[in-house]
Ligand binder design. Structure first.
Ligand SMILES: *Cc1c(COP(=O)(O)O)cnc(C)c1O
Length: 361
């Protein structure tokens, strides 16, 4: 039995931790939204109760990402996985080529779907070493319609530290590191992210698209798949995921209160340094990826002596740490340090690693 008064340190990879204040406000709103006497779950989306929520969520995202007027923000259904098909459907003609970097399972899923709509050229891959680094030497053909990268590889714990801006249009899956660090977001023609890692609740997908790159494909696009229709209707072409968008709005408000992306990036860097330093210093643990490509969001590590990994997981669980079991593709451990994870949780994990090492050394 877990005593609900005890602090749980939640390192889940997704859906994952959100700020406590967001949980408090969201739960209050399920009972009585803003003193309307109605639950957030029972209000119409085309009402002047919900419209301000949608407007604020969109405005906050534009502000936090410093987006220019060419970039539109959409809140769509279907998770990041739907974008694997929706992006090429809207951007890639049948005879054209899209360039992809293959840095993990999510990239390869995006590659598979893009092939249904046009030609795909995989310009680099780290598959041969179980995706434990970010490829460095590669060229993107000038005539590629766009170049797709996955900025942070959630499963393997690698992250593009420098975005390889080429002369091509850029498309990025930022599901697991959006708003965690400052990037020149306007340089991307399209960014997509499932909300459940760093923005809010599961069930909504954020898409940021430069409207100038739309309307250039010859195929007929089903109404619900055409970004232009969602822009025109303000993400209300059909019933949007009302509650999930509300939770995003609350989380974005929280992020702004923390000082925005630059401020959270500083804390994210400190959290990552603290944990990686312990992994490097502690004789029991080893990081799984190339040091220069280490993710600040998903920290993957193993034990040299794999026979005691289970014991560490049990030890962690007994001490209220959850979500650090590694993905089956990598094994070992993965600690996800998203924006909402407090520094205290990282310090606590580091203390446990030290204590465990004393026990087993
Ligand atoms: C989690 C994740 C996805 C899949 O997101 P869904 O919303 O479940 O479709 C895609 N890409 C990356 C980088 C992810 O971390």
């Amino acid at each position: 039995m877990i005593n609900t008064l005890e602090v749980i340190h939640n390192f889940n990879a997704g859906p994952s931790i959100l700020p406590k204040t967001v949980f408090e406000q969201a739960s209050q709103s399920v009972l009585n939204y803003n003193n309307t006497g109605l639950s957030i779950l029972e209000i119409g989306h085309r009402t002047n109760t919900f419209q301000p929520i949608m407007d604020e969520a969109r405005a906050l995202l534009k502000e936090l990402m410093k987006l220019d007027d060419d970039h539109e923000v959409l809140f769509l259904h279907g998770g990041a996985s739907t974008q694997f098909m929706q992006v090429p459907m809207n951007l890639l003609n049948e005879k054209e080529t899209a360039a992809f970097s293959d840095t993990g399972v999510w990239s390869s899923k995006a590659i598979k779907e893009a092939k249904l709509f046009g030609n795909v050229e995989v310009v680099c891959s780290s598959k041969e070493s179980n995706y434990n680094y970010i490829p460095k030497d590669f060229a993107v053909p000038n005539d590629a319609k766009y170049f797709h990268i996955t900025t942070n590889n959630t499963i393997y714990g690698t992250q593009w530290q420098k975005i390889p801006h080429t002369s091509n249009s850029m498309v990025a899956d930022m599901s697991s590191d959006i708003l965690s660090r400052e990037l020149e977001f306007n340089k991307f023609d399209l960014i997509y992210a499932g909300a459940q890692k760093n923005i809010g609740a599961a069930g909504v997908n954020v898409v940021v698209v430069n409207k100038n790159c739309l309307g250039k494909v010859k195929r007929s696009i089903p109404t619900i798949m055409d970004y232009r229709n969602h822009i025109k209707e303000g993400s209300m072409l059909n019933t949007p995921p009302v509650f999930a968008i509300y939770v995003c709005m609350l989380t974005l408000r929280w992020l702004k209160e923390q000082g925005g992306v630059a401020a959270i990036e500083k804390i994210n860097n400190e959290k990552a340094v603290l944990l990686y330093n312990e992994i490097d210093a502690n004789a029991l643990f080893t990081g799984t990826v190339a040091k220069e490509d280490r993710s600040k969001m998903n920290v993957c590590f193993v034990m040299d002596n794999a026979t005691i990994e289970e014991a560490f997981l049990t030890f962690a669980k007994e001490n209220n740490i959850i979500g650090i079991k590694g993905h089956r593709m990598v094994g070992g451990f993965r600690a996800s340090l998203y924006n909402a994870l407090p520094m205290e949780s990282v310090k606590y994990l580091v203390e446990l690693m030290k204590a465990f090492a004393l026990k087993y050394a």
